[in-house]
Design a protein around this ligand. Sequence first.
Ligand code: MG
Length: 170
Amino acid sequence: MNQKVAELLNDQINKEFYSAYLYLDIANFFSAKGLDGFANWYTIQAKEEQDHGMLFYTYLHNNSIPVELKAIAKPDKVFADLKDPLNAAFAHEQYVTELINNIYAEAQKVNDFRTLQFLDWFIKEQGEEEKNASDIVTKYELFGSDPRSLYLLDNELGARVYSAPSLVLD
Ligand code: MG
């Protein structure tokens, strides 16, 4: 495998685990506010990000590329209000899309078709992640200022259940 592509894939393990940590931090924020439904949604999101990290980890191992686990940064955002973390999550997913696109572009340069096929799943996944994050921002803008509506939105987000990613690597 091309060195640059391998390095970017290895870095992505760290980025996905950082995403998990960021979402756990957001869950932590909402939990402290008594919004258990929001906390549930972001706790599940954190689990999904760990799954993503493990997919990159397994992909590298399956291709006999040594993996280096690096330090995970501290989530350093201070959330001023309930909407702040929702915007932060959306901005973060847009950033992750850029990261995935960048790996894709590097793999394309060196005709690494196997990696491109692996990344196809993540290209689609990022479309879903951005939509989910944006939908929560929209719903909060519509309903968040009314306590009764906020209660219903919290219930809706509390109904989310974890499901393993559809991409399975042997
Ligand atoms: Mg991810």
